[in-house]
Ligand binder design. Structure first.
Ligand code: GLP
Length: 259
């Protein structure tokens, strides 16, 4: 099962994961990061900015999880724009080495396979950052997504469109379709790090970490991964049955192990 680390705040989660990423980049200057959007990874990116200020990150590579279909890439809420604004520019990454699935409607039927091929050509993702939707989705793999799925087009659920409406002027502007790395694609990353904060995520976290392995909760796919870390604050951990055991395990973990 995944290692669960319960921290006191989103900022602490960001620090912990940034430390692991910094360690990875120190080992491999051309590390391949799996980048996520949404509000969850922002504390990680903020901590990375502080921790790695002035470091040369121009060889670091990146692959985003997903993109809306049909959105203008220049739209401020396209995931291309979000990744550029939150990750590429502040960290000084080389934009040519940071990829986002192509959400253009023209050619969309091939875009998934092309993206998977790019990830493979890069040698795979070293560390994949993940958030989780309130319905248990990771990337944009909505409930029912196959654990074997590859990067492909999905229809967003009404709940996800409502959750994401806050980034747009109205819900009508939230695209209906997305292109997302599949669960099978995500599971090929060498280390999965799923973060969640707040009570609103507690059910999704409990279902993903301790519930049955089911396509109904796409996040439960992390249970199949040999190196998955779940970093949550107290509120997001509030429905975990083994919370005390996770705390005990982490407190007694050898320092050299990292997460
Ligand atoms: C979107 C993204 C997911 C993200 C989820 C949760 O649907 N495609 O990658 O995990 O939102 O968003 P937030 O982190 O803002 O709670």
């Amino acid at each position: 099962m995944a290692e669960v680390v319960i921290v006191e705040s989103a900022a602490a989660a960001g620090e912990l994961v940034a430390e692991e990423i910094a360690r990875l980049i120190a080992r491999r200057s051309d590390a391949v990061l799996g980048l996520a959007t949404g509000s969850t990874p922002l504390p990680v990116y903020a901590a990375l900015r502080n921790r790695l200020a002035g470091a040369d990150l121009s060889h670091v590579r990146g692959f985003a999880l997903d993109e809306y279909v049909g959105i203008d890439p220049a739209h401020p809420e396209s995931y291309r724009s979000v990744i550029t604004r939150e990750v590429v520019e502040p960290l000084g990454l080389n934009p040519a080495l940071v990829h986002v699935p192509d959400g253009a409607e023209d050619g969309i039927e091939h875009a998934g396979a092309e993206y998977d091929a790019k990830i493979r050509a890069a040698g795979g993702v070293d560390l994949q950052i993940l958030g989780i939707g309130t319905d248990g989705h990771i990337g944009f793999n909505e409930p029912g997504s196959s654990f074997a799925s590859r990067t492909r087009v999905k229809t967003l659920t009404a709940q996800t469109r409502e959750d994401n409406a806050r980034f747009f002027d109205s819900i009508d502007q939230v695209p209906m379709h997305c292109i997302t790395q599949g669960l099978g694609t995500i599971l090929e990353a060498r280390h999965l790090v799923l973060l969640a904060y707040g009570e609103g995520k507690a059910d999704a976290v409990a279902a993903a970490v301790e519930g049955p392995l089911t396509a109904f909760v796409p996040g439960s796919a992390i249970q199949l991964h040999p190196h998955a870390t779940v970093v949550v604050d107290e509120a997001a951990a509030s429905k975990l049955r083994l919370a005390d055991y996770y705390r005990y395990t982490f407190e007694n973990k050898p320092a050299w192990q990292g997460i």
